[in-house]
Design a protein around this ligand. Sequence first.
Ligand SMILES: NC(=O)c1ccc[n+]([C@@H]2O[C@H](COP(=O)([O-])OP(=O)(O)OC[C@H]3O[C@@H](n4cnc5c(N)ncnc54)[C@H](O)[C@@H]3O)[C@@H](O)[C@H]2O)c1
Length: 258
Amino acid sequence: MTDRFRGKVAIVTGASAGIGRAVALALAAEGARVVVNALDPVGLEKLGTEADLVAVVGDTAEEDTADRLVAAALDTGGRVDLLVNNAGVHRSVPTAEFSSAEWRRVIDINLNGYFYLARAAGAVMIRQRAGVILNVASTAGVAAALNSAAYVASKHGVVGLTKALAVDWARYGIRVNALGPGLTTTGMVQAFAESAPDLYAARERRVPLGRAASPEEQAATALFLLSDESAYTSGQILVVDGGGAALYSGYEAPAQER
Ligand SMILES: NC(=O)c1ccc[n+]([C@@H]2O[C@H](COP(=O)([O-])OP(=O)(O)OC[C@H]3O[C@@H](n4cnc5c(N)ncnc54)[C@H](O)[C@@H]3O)[C@@H](O)[C@H]2O)c1
């Protein structure tokens, strides 16, 4: 264990579960003071028993939540060094049946919320002339997934936002990257595995490494992108999908031999 983030103040959204939770705990374990957010107060309270974190319950689709998170970070350490935009939702609906309300809700959380918080935290980072933003996108930010039009559009939007911010804010010493998780064992995927076990098993078989990632494996790459080890990396999406995106879609992954 290192202390790569000692003295840093971080904000992590969607931290009560899954990838956000793993990122928040890993940052805290490596010395950061972390402001964590989620919609779900019970999950955040439980997280608070595992590490010394500052919890802010709120919907990231609301602009006011972004202001409250930045205010909490400034109260905590007078700075915002690291922002992890992670809170996200997936809706699986045949596209012709997508209601406008559901469409807007997915875009509001997965894309607009990322912008609101990047803008609020970015204003502080610009004054500091330093900061790192990590947007959690998805493999759905670089290719389509079935019956997920709003999710795919939102995640492609996140990749575009990442590139735009990286270019706009490089002059202030701010780096902006995206993480592109593939199938990862979180609540979001649990629901899919339980409702369609055959489909889930087939999906897992298509991963060249033969399995889904753990949230901790995603967090390890997230921390690399947040740390000075990636000091010259900006405007990138790092896809962490067990080799899935490298496999042309017409092919099955070879069977595991271990
Ligand atoms: N699990 C995967 O396979 C996978 C794959 C690719 C990308 N991702 C992305 O990773 C991120 C985290 O997903 P996960 O799998 O850990 O999900 P999860 O469902 O386990 O956790 C989601 C978290 O986001 C929070 N959240 C949801 N809506 C919110 C809102 N409006 N405001 C504030 N918090 C909200 C929840 O409270 C929870 O803490 C998402 O952006 C998701 O799209 C996940």
